[in-house]
Write a protein that binds this ligand. Structure first.
Ligand SMILES: C[S@@+](CC[C@H](N)C(=O)[O-])C[C@H]1O[C@@H](n2cnc3c(N)ncnc32)[C@H](O)[C@@H]1O
Length: 243
């Protein structure tokens, strides 16, 4: 299991409250920051998530840790009738709600303030569930994943997009240098929250990826678990289903 990495070192708040506070603080700059730190490649990864989800022709989609709603907005390119974006940060959701209204997608996408570890949805409700760069921030990963299994329909599709760590030389060394030295500087330039991007690289390095995350998903009860490393392994897309 991953080490409990939290954004603020000297805080009495739990990880969940700290994560919500951090994303509230950086919400106004989050989209720009996201493009810069991934050199825009995250857009390509998100389109791959869309392709996997679209294949199953879902009517209902839940995008957990939706943040400012980029993946929820992309999911409107499926034939889904209802898309829900869920997040614990009111600040991130506020930015997302505005983007969705500007794109005239408010009839299809509903943004909900809520916790992935205790979701306000019935069992077996969603045809597809996605989480992009979110599972790493859950306070208790297994609790969040159990909730996802509960609300996913049998034969539904669950797709995670998450950072991972390249295993091969020289990508591994290049990634370590970038995440320890460059990423925190970009974070400080873009965000009002100094700690935010120190947390990002620290939590990425400590989070289980590849076969380790596959095994956690299988232990929770997911089936057909597959990991698809992207761009030398700096991110991985995981796809899974339910009996
Ligand atoms: C790095 S952002 C990712 C946002 C978006 N999915 C994207 O791809 O750009 C992580 C998001 O996870 C949310 N989050 C963290 N823990 C959560 C939880 N337990 N339940 C719901 N959202 C959570 C944060 O508030 C934040 O908006």
């Amino acid at each position: 299991m991953s080490k409990n990495i939290t954004p603020y070192k000297n805080s009495d708040l739990g990880k969940k409250e700290q994560v919500a506070k951090m994303f509230d603080t950086i919400s106004g700059n989050y989209d720009n920051l996201n493009r810069v730190i991934s050199f825009g490649i995250d857009i390509k990864w998100r389109k791959k998530v869309l392709a996997i989800v679209a294949k199953s022709n879902p009517e209902t989609i839940l995008d957990i840790a939706t943040g400012t709603g980029d993946l929820a907005i992309l999911m409107t390119q499926t034939n889904a009738k209802k898309i829900i974006g869920l997040d614990i940060s009111a600040g991130m959701l506020e930015v997302g709600v505005k983007k969705i209204a500007d794109k005239k997608l408010s009839n299809t996408i509903e943004m909900v303030l809520g916790d992935s570890e205790n979701m306000p949805f019935e069992d077996n409700y969603f045809d597809a569930i996605t989480v992009a760069f979110g599972v790493r921030n859950f306070e208790t990963l297994e609790k969040g994943l159990k909730e996802i299994l509960r609300v996913l329909k049998p034969n539904g599709v669950f797709v995670i997009l998450e950072t991972s760590v390249p295993d091969k030389t020289p990508y591994k060394q290049g990634y370590n240098f970038y995440s320890k030295n460059i990423l925190p500087i970009i974070g400080k330039l873009f965000s009002k929250d100094d700690v935010a991007y120190g947390y990002l690289s620290e939590s990425a390095a400590a989070f289980p990826y590849g076969e380790a995350l596959n095994n956690i998903l299988r232990k929770i009860g997911f089936i057909d678990v597959i990991a698809l490393p992207q761009t030398f392994g700096v991110a991985t897309i995981y796809s899974a289903s339910k009996n």
